[in-house]
Design a protein around this ligand. Structure first.
Ligand SMILES: [Fe+2]
Ligand SMILES: [Fe+2]
Ligand SMILES: [Fe+2]
Length: 344
């Protein structure tokens, strides 16, 4: 079995995941999509290559990966002082040594002020170019309010960005933004989730194939995010991935099949991103309504992954989600020994 995954589908998964985060952020819906879209246009106007513009789309999508907990309506709004840097640092640590390793320094500096005095120690053009772009795009998305007509918000957003020129933002990028902001098309796209989605899908560089080891690396990053959502499930996805690999060994699966099992284990709880932390963390018994929300996570996992892997991973995924306990229970002694040996 050879698993090759089109990165385009993985990109869709990233989009789905981050819209799940946004769904819990009152008034900040599609924040990540907006940042990706604005960053891409800024990069275009700056004359960056297609490859660099694609990077900006992914960076825009994942830039707030370090914001914890998700599901708090004021969390992305009040990112000031200590907390502002904390989420950058957490994001940096999430991305370090993963498929997105080269993005880590960009995320670390994505709230750096152009004039300096940043915890990163950087100022002006020392701040990575992508960070300077993402920061301005982030503030545009933040100042853009969905409850007003997009063409009426325009002047207010432009005024705020211009007032930060040389202080918060790179003056060159502010000038480029003023060009982008001239078209009504730009503002109307920001105000329409469907058209925004469509605009993010048309850029060409997304179509490339990932090898299974790259898929594992991305899946490990997602597992970290999923497991950080609740302290009850810390390392849970990583643990399931280890057990799944081990079970695969016992059943004589070949190396690629075992790698597929590892991916399935890492991602099996992806749909938990749609469940608010207050439900995941609730110390008391869940109400019927809360239990229904919990139950939806398997549904989202299945449909998000089927989009990425088509049917390729469905067998190991079903193996994990439906049969793992049946397989593991008779083998529990071996599994226990394995877990102990591996420090779980
Ligand atoms: Fe941020
Ligand atoms: Fe943000
Ligand atoms: Fe699970």
């Amino acid at each position: 079995m050879t698993i090759k995954v089109n990165f385009f589908n993985f990109f869709n998964l990233i989009k789905n995941m981050f819209s799940a985060f946004d769904a819990n952020e009152l008034g900040l819906n599609k924040h990540h999509w907006k940042v990706a879209y604005v960053s891409y246009l800024l990069g275009d106007e700056l004359g960056l290559t297609e490859f660099e513009k694609n990077d900006l789309i992914y960076l825009g999508m994942i830039h707030d990966i370090g914001v914890l907990p998700w599901g708090k309506d004021d969390h992305l709004i009040n990112l000031i002082g200590e907390e502002e840097f904390e989420h950058c640092l957490r994001g940096y640590n999430f991305l370090k040594n993963t498929y997105f390793d080269q993005y880590a320094p960009v995320i670390l500096s994505h709230h750096d002020h152009f004039k300096g005095k940043n915890k990163t120690g950087l100022a002006g053009k020392e701040i990575p170019l992508f960070s300077r772009i993402i920061y301005l795009a982030d503030r545009v998305a933040f100042f853009f309010q969905d409850n007003m007509h997009p063409l009426l918000v325009k002047d207010k957003v432009v005024e705020k960005i211009v007032s930060g020129k040389n202080i918060l933002f790179d003056p060159e990028i502010v000038d480029v933004f003023l060009v982008v902001a001239e078209t009504e098309d730009f503002w109307l796209t920001l105000g329409d989730g469907d058209i925004l989605n469509q605009s993010l899908n048309i850029h060409p560089g997304q179509h490339r194939w990932l090898e299974i080891d790259e898929v594992i690396s991305i899946a490990q990053l997602f597992a970290k995010i999923i497991d950080h959502k609740s302290h009850f499930t810390f390392y849970h996805s990583q643990l399931i991935a280890e057990v799944a690999k081990f079970a695969g060994e016992i059943f004589g699966f070949n190396l690629e099949e075992r790698k597929a099992l590892e991916v399935a284990g890492l991602l099996h709880d992806l749909g938990k991103l749609t469940v608010p932390e207050e439900i995941l963390e609730k110390p008391a018994a869940l109400s019927r309504e809360e239990f229904s929300v919990i139950k939806q996570h398997t549904f989202y996992t299945y449909y998000w992954l089927i989009d990425v892997f088509l049917r390729r991973l469905s067998a190991p995924l079903l193996f994990i989600t439906r049969n793992l306990t049946v397989v593991v229970i008779p083998l529990r002694k071996k599994v226990k020994k394995f877990l102990y040996k591996n420090g779980f």
